[in-house]
Design a protein around this ligand. Sequence first.
Ligand code: PLP
Length: 405
Amino acid sequence: MGFEHIQPGPPDPMYTLKYKADNDTSSEKVDLGVGIYRDEEGHYQGLESVKQAESELFKADPGHDYEMTTGNQDFLAQASQTVFGKKSIAFDKLTVPQVASVQTISGTGAVHLAALFIAQCMSSKTAVYVGVPTWGNYRPAMELVGLRQLEYPYLDEETRTFDHETTLEVIRTAEPSSVFVLQACCHNPTACDPTPAQWEEIIELLHAGKHIPLFDMAYQGLGDGIDEDAYAVRAAARKGLNMFVCQSFSKNMALYGERCGALHVACESSAVAANVHDRLRCLLRWEVSSAPIYGSRLANIVLQNDELKQTWEAELGTMRKRLGQLRRQLFILLTEKFQTPGDWTHITREKGLFSYLKISRKQCIILVDEHHIYLPENGRINVSGLNSQNVMRVAQAIDSIVRDE
Ligand code: PLP
């Protein structure tokens, strides 16, 4: 058999959107699509802390030898402290160590590795529950390794708030020992997270059902702060839950292309963690052989140096502040200047990089095709793509498509 029978794969709507936006030469173009933090000019924004780490690394010149299969151990210690906290119970446990941590090809690689581990080392019959709408890569990641993804509503569409009651009911009635994929902060695409009190209830029920949360943490620091955004993970650790944490440094260190991330698996004991770590070592060896070196070296330099870490946290603070200001500008323009019909209060409540606009698929397509405003068809916009030059035009375009409906 040759290759003639091979058919193309399903299209990636985000790739198609990016391609279209990149090739639009109109001066009117506003790219609110792909989830990268953009500066006021709409470009990629690198971080000063990371730039300083780059020059330190350049001076140290450590060469390009293979990294260990499971990754840079110093980076992993820093990365796990960033997730679990330095003084938390979880970190005390880590010193035992009760958490198996390995380096991954960023957050996507961590989700894949967790899914592969579940399918290979636990049971391929494990049910994986995911609240929808959600990040589009979970389903293919689960299906790729033969796991079943079961979906439930994450959002109360009417109020644009997290559907806590449905989530609790699903956990209560789930098959025992199921896996729940939960975004730890800055939910993509809805920008709605459970409150700390809601997380406590969720964690209580997960514990009662012996379920395993798979926390996906792609935006730590872009919601309320590094520690605040880790609330759910740290609460689950305090409760002693077994869990997966998929950590990414793409967004919070602007290290998108370096593919820098980690998978942490919290286990019931250090002996169990050692076995889990060893199985992860095998899966990594067979799939990628050894970890990439550049991004993890940079992240480690930032995280282990108090001064650079402070600079990094301050930079995240500035990014959060700007996102908040842009949300308010858009909200005020829609509600006061244009008095656009509809409830837009969700815009200022939302957390993180995105806003999940209450507009239809058809309206999104009109924004792209007629207004050069690029966003996916679910109405999610990258708030950092707004700026003082374009926010008025965006609000006006939203107003016009809403009124034309
Ligand atoms: N998880 C969520 C919810 C995301 O939105 C993303 C990226 O957009 C990722 C994980 C993975 O990102 P990366 O592979 O760059 O870490």
